[in-house]
Design a binder for this molecule. Sequence first.
Ligand code: NAD
Ligand code: ZN
Length: 354
Amino acid sequence: DTLNIKTHSKTYPLYIGSGILPELSAILRNLNLSITKILIISDDQVAPLYMDSVTTQIKSEYPIIEFIIPSGEASKNIDWFYECQTCALSNGLDRSSLIIALGGGVVGDLAGFVAATFQRGIPFIQIPTTLLAHDSAVGGKVAINHPLGKNMIGAFHQPEAVIFNIDFIETLPKKELLSGFAEVIKEAIIWDKSFYNWLRNNITTLSDLKDEKLQYAIEQGISIKSQIVAMDEKENDIRAILNFGHTLGHAIEAELGYGEITHGEAVLIGMLFAIKVSEETYPRHLYYEEFKQWFSNFGYCTDLPAALDKSRLVQRMKKDKKANAGTIRMVLLKEIGKVEVQEVRDDLLYKLLN
Ligand code: NAD
Ligand code: ZN
């Protein structure tokens, strides 16, 4: 299937399906770029599995350079960014060269930022290999981390195309599948009641997430994300609703240390918390316990890790980009498919965190 991702700055195609890699060469030709060289950036978990299956499709047509980073969040830093630039320069990439990101969100964010900055910006393509990357590959946010903050150095740079070969998901570890699925659940909850109902009826255990159902879930998730991004590419207002579950989620990730919990697992706990806060704020019955049960069935941890200090979490939440003069603002749920950004008082946060 092909979806069109529309943003103010450009519209680009997203191809999704099983067995779509043989189309890569035609997809590149359709971009109408006169590509001189292709730099493929991947990581050391993904490259042994899938690098050859990608290069085989295009190596007779373009000079290919491969660059492999160590897998994991720690590689999304200025050193690996610089190594990528050195690789691009020493191999003679120019303004007509193309970068391909083959991997999860770490590779996508890093390779995308390299593409955004190399000679003031060259085209790039996302070939996501994680479920989470259905989210990170769409929307044009690219970045690396700074020791003082995650994603603090970055740009908006839209890819020329996204190619989602769902067969890649077969080798993804369960923890990473859970991480990506949390974002799909988020997209349904904030935007689309009928997709949410479909998920509830069709995806009851993790083993349901394969083949046509997996593809449908990813397509719906991407379509929701891209509709929201189309309305607000640079995150001035509505794009903030994609942060549902992330105010506490980011705080948990930062407090535990990246790598201790996946992004999606932290966001899932954050969503449950946001649902609780919503029930108290409006007040309205949102069936918190049912959410919790559904999430547990997949194998998610639904409790706040006991080691975490509540006041440190609240301090972290105050550093969230939605916070305003020390007041925490969260994305709250009014009903399935309807969310809004609301100020939340500290005493309510403490009460519910406890
Ligand atoms: P990741 O890229 O680290 O991938 C997770 C792990 O799975 C890695 O160890 C990787 O080597 C491995 N892996 C990847 N594909 C595999 C496959 N098919 N089979 C086996 N193993 C595979 O993590 P992620 O969860 O994909 O992405 C997280 C990153 O995405 C974070 O840095 C986050 O900030 C970023 N992100 C960006 C956006 C955005 O809008 N740009 C949105 C959400 C998240
Ligand atoms: Zn997220």
